[in-house]
Design a protein. Structure first.
Length: 255
């Protein structure tokens, strides 16, 4: 763990606790006891699963895919996963840029976490009286897609952070992004950029236009709620923002 990262982690913790009211000392003792209680459950993710295999191997079915299949079984639906792996070199550069802009604009610079974004998201959850746990980076999203569940709870978030830390140390940024683009959900049963591109636009992901890429990127937070081929006001506004950022940064120029 680098000195820079330790400093950022300390700044994050200090900033977060400043967002909550002062509480009695015995409450802190209870919190510490709970942290010790869950340490074994979270700590095992420091060693399991084996992440090094992802350096060269294509992941098998992800935890999120298995969760979808179990949900279909409960609902009595006869559906199958639509998924096709493609290397990063065969994915439109517009799609790569759009997804990074939409989901994790600091992806190439951080070490797996955007601590400031996490602190703000947690503070906002406390103020709003809800549990949303936003502020996840692409690496964190990948870790939960591969190994965890869609549930939103503190334990899952801690496991996600541990796995993201391991992913960043085992894989290159390009490999993390390649796996992410190939496994995340883009509709009920639709996983990965290639399957999504074929489903919604009838073309390979290498042929996606800048606007199509921006539209696909805009549905990632709620892939079963939004349809990129039938966008409402939110998708039009969000994809427009992504497209404008791509244009401003020169992504659209050249071949």
């Amino acid at each position: 763990m680098t000195t820079r990262f330790r400093y950022r982690l300390w700044s994050f913790a200090r900033g977060f606790f400043r967002t909550i009211p002062k509480i009695p000392r015995y409450i802190y003792y209870i919190i510490m006891a709970l942290m010790i209680f869950v340490a074994a459950d979270v700590g095992r993710y420091l060693f399991f699963p084996d992440i090094k295999g992802l350096v060269n191997e294509i992941p098998s079915k992800t935890a999120f895919m298995e969760h979808a299949e179990k949900r279909w079984d409960r609902e009595g639906k006869r559906k199958k996963i639509t998924w096709k792996w493609v290397p990063l070199s065969r994915i439109s550069r517009y799609a790569v840029a759009a997804v990074v802009i939409a989901e994790d604009d600091k992806f190439w610079d951080h070490e797996g976490f955007d601590l400031e974004a996490m602190r703000k998201a947690l503070g906002h959850d406390i103020i709003e009286g809800r549990v949303k746990f936003g502020g996840s980076t692409i690496t964190q999203q990948l870790s939960k897609n591969l190994y965890l569940s869609p549930s939103k709870n503190p334990l899952r978030k801690l496991k996600e952070v541990v796995l993201a830390w391991r992913l960043e140390r085992a894989l290159s940024k390009r490999r993390i992004l390649e796996i992410y683009l190939n496994v995340i959900e883009w509709g009920d049963g639709v996983y990965g950029i290639e399957a999504a591109s074929r489903r919604y636009y009838g073309k390979t992901s290498s042929m996606l236009s800048p606007m199509e890429a921006a539209m696909l990127a805009s549905v990632i937070p709620s892939p079963r709620r939004y349809d990129p081929t039938n966008p409402g006001k939110y998708l039009k506004r969000r994809s427009g923002q992504i497209y404008y950022t791509m244009k401003k940064r020169g992504v659209l120029s050249g071949n």
